[in-house]
Design a protein around this ligand. Structure first.
Ligand code: HEM
Length: 319
């Protein structure tokens, strides 16, 4: 076999790579001889992936419910990764920030579009049956959703609207922790006590989330965009992401909750008795990741005003 200049060049590059680590290149080449070809099914762990749907009832549509939650959690993971990449850049450039925002936008657009799988894709009677077997579990316990929030904005922006003004972007998470807006979503409507769903979530994740919120104080997206706050292209992307994550996704989600749970007091009980009708709509919670990028009026009507398409899904930044 002829050792072409290209092969020689590659071997030299490999040699330097292993030299740096004090490794023997020949041993690694030997390893290559014996290693298996990569198969698609091994690479993405297809068998494992397809074994992760374990319904709690024999009701067929429960599988759709499980799979769509898993799909959403994978998208949430993509979102976290997209933000982490921004935060890990040593010299963050506006171009890189914008690239990552476009990724976040495309992930949330996929999620909003695909929520049809929940809204129209399950039999209502079947849903009401298998949902009872899943108590006290709820998507409310999705820690990745909370992580995306803390990575996107300051903790004080996640305090419920009435208490929000008491805190600033550098308030310590322990100060506002009990006033986070979602804590209210986990209260029993009748007694005002914490639901089992919330108590179990707190037991498992409070520490992790508080640590994350502390780590994110100066590096969440609402801090990082400041050097380019006057750049209209960047601002447009930030607003679009904000709209998708804090209005459009919650609205798509709310629509499915309303379809399956509305006007069924006994099923509302099945959520642990939460006041989800008050908690889920964006217009009540008025949470936004980048409040400085919206006008007073836009903030006051958050989640209410139609802003092009579904709650402004098509063209935020056009006001
Ligand atoms: C038919 C489908 C669904 C229904 C009826 C539904 C219902 C609900 C309800 C009633 C709540 C309020 C908390 C509670 O009372 O338990 C909630 C919260 C939540 N659910 Fe769902 N859900 C559905 C699908 C999903 C999916 C696919 C996800 C994806 C992970 C999800 C994630 C969440 C999250 C993150 C929360 C907290 C929401 C927030 O703070 O804005 N849900 N859900």
């Amino acid at each position: 076999m002829e050792i072409t200049p290209e092969i020689k060049e590659k071997l030299e590059a490999l040699q330097s790579k292993y030299d740096v680590m004090g490794q023997d290149m020949l041993a690694y080449l030997d390893g290559l001889l014996h290693s298996e070809y990569v198969n698609y099914w091994d690479y993405i762990h297809l068998d494992t992936l397809l074994s992760l749907q374990q319904p709690r009832t024999p009701i067929p549509d429960e599988r759709i419910f499980i799979i769509y939650h898993q799909i959403t959690e994978l998208y949430f993971k993509l979102c976290r990764q997209a933000i982490e990449q921004v935060q890990d850049q040593e010299n963050l450039s506006k171009e890189f920030f914008m690239r990552q925002l476009k990724r976040l936008i495309s992930y949330f657009e996929s999620l909003v579009r695909s929520f049809e799988v929940m809204i129209d894709g399950m039999d209502k009677e079947e849903f009401l049956q298998f949902r009872m077997a899943l108590l006290p579990a709820s998507g409310f316990q999705s820690v990745q959703f909370r992580m995306i929030e803390f990575m996107s904005t300051d903790g004080n922006n996640l305090v419920h609207a009435e208490a929000r003004q008491q805190y600033t972007h550098n308030s310590a998470p322990t100060n506002y922790w009990s006033e986070l807006y979602w804590k209210r979503g986990g209260l029993e409507m009748k007694t005002g006590k914490k639901t089992l769903t919330l108590r179990r979530f707190e037991k498992k994740y409070s520490k992790t989330l508080q640590e994350l919120a502390t780590d994110q104080l100066n590096i969440n997206l609402n801090r990082l965009y400041r050097p380019w706050a006057d750049d209209q292209d960047l601002v447009k992307l930030l607003r679009r992401y904000d709209q998708l994550a804090t209005v459009d996704w919650p609205m798509a989600h709310m629509t499915s909750a309303a379809k399956y749970l509305d006007k069924k007091p006994e099923v509302i009980e099945a959520t642990g008795g939460t006041n989800w009708q008050k908690y889920l709509p964006p217009r009540f919670r008025r949470v936004t990741f980048f409040p400085d990028l919206w006008t007073e009026e836009e903030l006051a009507t958050w989640g209410k005003a139609k802003r092009g398409g579904t709650q402004g899904a098509k063209c935020p930044g056009m006001h």
